[in-house]
Design a protein around this ligand. Structure first.
Ligand code: F3S
Length: 302
């Protein structure tokens, strides 16, 4: 068996920054919380809770003097103000790339433009972005949604932005249709390059693998998207949260013991390096590779 980890996998810049900021808070005196679960990784969020940085979901749970860390996805202006009004200090770990989208939509909204966000309406990042343009944006979740906008007056000035983690194919096809309709469209490709790089590396690896393992949280949208990308190139793609889940696929014989079998591994943006390494080691052990050989595979730079 050959195990190969995608050239780019795991924590992106924004998540890495937010996790480091949360652990810095854990080492400080006082009361600290994160606004919502910091990342889609239970091990990390449980550990933070143990170290005195639990997650809160409501403004009522915020007290004066508290430090509230905003996660990489960002929040709406309304939530940010509500936290500040409770007398808490905001520690803003919103990814700078998401912040940039907040500025774009705010400016567009103030200029009277109609904002369209390509992304998942239920995703906190999209809800946060919408909150910076008066919650007045339209959200398009798929290419076919373009049809809806074709009924609108072509003279309306529209500004299109994207959730940072959507597939570039979606944005490209969607904007291609809308560009022809709206005479005054402003299009910002705000897809994060970290996402595109991970998707490209995953696609390349999937194309030369017999089986792809995508490591990441079940609720992580970028992990789910990585799975979709991999499946386009390798039907034998499986998504696991950790090495324990991987054992299921091994026991079922889905990942056979076969010398010539090529297994590719990639991971979502909120998957810690330690979890990726564990998955690699489990895979190596399954294939009775010796420890040194397994470590060599696992310790490749991610
Ligand atoms: Fe930021 Fe891109 Fe990660 S937008 S949170 S670096 S996926």
């Amino acid at each position: 068996m050959k195990i190969e980890v995608a050239e780019k996998a795991g924590f992106c810049f924004g998540v890495d920054r937010a996790v480091k900021m949360a652990y810095e808070l854990a080492n400080k005196d006082g009361e600290h919380v994160t606004w919502g679960l910091l990342i889609h990784n239970k091990d990390v969020t449980d550990d933070l809770e143990k170290r005195g940085v639990p997650a809160v979901e409501s403004v009522e749970a915020v007290h004066p003097g508290m430090q509230v860390l905003i996660r990489a996805h960002g929040v709406s202006e309304e939530i940010q103000s509500a936290i500040a009004e409770r007398g808490a200090e905001i520690i803003d770990a919103t990814c700078p790339y998401v912040k940039k989208i907040h500025r774009i939509v705010r400016k567009a909204h103030e200029a009277g433009r109609t904002v369209i966000i390509c992304g998942d309406a239920a995703h906190p990042e999209v809800q946060g972005i919408n909150g910076w343009c008066g919650n007045a944006a339209f959200v398009a979740g798929k290419e076919e949604d373009a049809e809806y906008f074709l009924q609108m007056d072509p003279e309306i000035p529209v500004t299109i932005v994207a959730q940072t983690t959507i597939q570039s194919k979606f944005l490209k096809n969607f904007t291609k249709i809308l560009k022809k309709h709206f005479t005054n469209a402003e299009i910002f490709d705000t897809i994060c390059s970290a996402t595109a790089q991970r998707q490209k590396a995953a696609a390349e690896l999937a194309a030369r693998s017999d089986c792809m393992i995508v490591v990441g949280g079940k609720h992580s949208s970028n992990t789910r998207k990585l799975c979709d990308v991999c499946r386009d190139y390798c039907a034998n793609t499986w998504c696991v949260e950790n090495s324990k889940e991987l054992n299921y696929y091994i026991l079922q014989g889905i990942i056979p013991k076969n010398k010539n079998f090529k297994v590719g591994i990639t991971a979502g943006a909120s998957t810690p390096e330690a979890v990726i390494k564990e998955v690699c080691l489990t895979m190596a052990e399954n294939n009775e590779m010796n420890f040194a050989e397994a470590l060599e595979e696992t310790l490749k730079p991610l």
